[in-house]
Design a protein around this ligand. Structure first.
Ligand code: ZN
Ligand code: ZN
Length: 271
């Protein structure tokens, strides 16, 4: 039996983060029978390699979801949609950039509206607005096979809407971008520091942990920390803070993982 079938039939709903950080983001969301790709922020070749390295059949990817138009989320979208023969789902703002990158053809780009759930194969997807400095950035709540996954990887702060959509999820993928002190002490230009730190930038470790205090539900079993900065954070620091956070919240039953920039994480199943 091909490995992909084993993955999908025996383990069900879940996520494989192919890589995450300011140099590229992509993850595979697994359903019972099929998969979707969420963001395509590495080269097409790199994403296909990582998908295959994870034992996932590229033919099982039925759609590509795009969160926003920043390069670290759309870099490989044009070639990937062609190679995977998969339609792209994004909002109107991101669609402009996707078209600028040369994606064209009937039915290839499917526009969704923020706050309006839509069905894509076995997945029911609800895009929601997050505060970030792209034109109209979204997070996603994805329901499949009775499980629910919440994803918000680029956001300046957690709005009430963000907390609402990330609540009642079995698995969360949330941004834990930087350590404020490391950011302050970094050699980055002041305007960039301001941008990252701002209300439309990226979520710090502290703010991420604080947000989890209000979104972890009794059904939440796993949290993946994503989009960690290589210069202004460290994976071990996020791991440490995540463990401390779960202790404080008396939720040591929740399994935590920190996504890497350069290599995929092992698949995290919840269904
Ligand atoms: Zn971004
Ligand atoms: Zn990003």
């Amino acid at each position: 039996m091909p490995q992909e079938e084993a993955v999908n039939t025996s383990c069900g709903t879940g996520v494989t983060v192919l890589g995450s950080g300011s140099r590229g983001n992509a993850m595979v969301v697994h359903g019972e029978k099929s998969n979707i790709l969420l963001d395509a922020g590495f080269s097409c070749r790199q994403i296909l390699k990582r998908i295959e390295d994870c034992g996932i059949d590229t033919a099982s990817i039925e759609a590509i979801l795009i969160s926003h138009e920043h390069d670290d989320h759309v870099k490989g979208v044009r070639l990937l949609s062609r190679k995977l023969r998969a339609p792209i789902f994004c909002n109107r703002a991101a669609a402009g950039e996707v078209r600028n990158r040369g994606v064209e053809g009937r039915g290839i780009i499917n526009i969704f509206s923020v706050g309006s759930p839509f069905v894509c194969g076995e997945f029911r997807i609800t895009p929601f607005s997050v505060p970030h400095d792209a034109r109209d950035t979204v997070g996603f709540r994805i329901d499949a096979g009775g499980s629910r996954i919440g994803v918000a990887t680029d956001l300046g702060y957690a709005t009430q809407a963000v907390k609402h959509y990330l609540g009642e999820c079995d698995l969360l993928v949330v941004e834990s971008n930087h350590d404020p002190l490391m950011l302050r002490n970094s050699g980055r230009p002041w305007p960039l520091k301001q941008r990252i730190n701002g209300r439309h930038g990226h979520l710090s470790n502290e703010d991420c942990m604080r947000m989890l205090g209000s979104v972890l539900a009794s059904r939440t079993r796993r949290v993946i920390f994503a989009h960690a900065s290589e210069e202004c954070n460290s994976y071990s620091l996020v791991e440490e803070q995540a463990a401390g956070c779960m202790e404080r919240l008396k939720r040591t039953d929740v399994q935590t993982m920190v996504a890497r920039q350069n290599a995929p994480l092992s698949t995290c199943f919840v269904g």
